[in-house]
Design a protein around this ligand. Structure first.
Ligand code: 5GP
Length: 139
């Protein structure tokens, strides 16, 4: 496995070097909208401290992230009146990981509606509207 790259895109988001649609943060974690949403409301939860993925994360990082994952899973169900929620997490390139800072995908799901294919840039205005819905559900 490789080392942690401090110039990965999520590290840059954490340092404020590139923007994101932030929906929640606490001392240890950050949640923001995915720019290529595979369902309306698709968001990501990351630890604020460095780790590549599940394989090098500490129990403390995992505990903090999973607590936020649950909080945001409940929030997207409420915000999108979802029938369910998919949580995804990939490890190393062979496991489907593209950004090498631990992250969990949270995707609100509607009965019978498939996830969109990966790799398609979303509409920024719509993503911003969806971020506001999630923030409203958290309030
Ligand atoms: P994974 O590493 O789990 O395969 O996927 C990385 C995820 O990060 C993808 O869903 C992709 O759309 C998302 N992503 C990649 N670059 C950015 C970015 O600059 N900003 C945001 N918000 N999401 C990104």
């Amino acid at each position: 496995m490789g080392d942690y790259d401090p110039d990965n895109i999520f590290a840059k988001i954490l340092r404020g070097e590139i923007p994101c649609s932030r929906v929640y943060e606490d001392n240890d974690t950050l949640a923001f909208m995915d720019i290529m949403p595979r369902s309306d409301g698709h968001l990501l939860v990351i630890p604020k401290t460095p780790c590549r993925n599940l394989l090098d994360a500490s129990p403390e990082q995992l505990a903090a992230v999973m607590s936020t994952v649950q909080k945001l899973a409940k929030a997207v169900v409420k915000a999108f009146d979802a029938d369910g929620v998919t949580v995804q997490q990939f490890n190393e390139a062979a496991g489907g990981q593209e950004v090498f800072h631990l992250h969990f995908h949270i995707l609100p799901r509607q009965e019978g509606v498939p996830m969109r294919p990966p790799g398609n840039m979303g509409d920024f205005d719509l993503i911003a509207q969806h971020a506001e819905r999630v923030k409203g559900a958290l309030a």
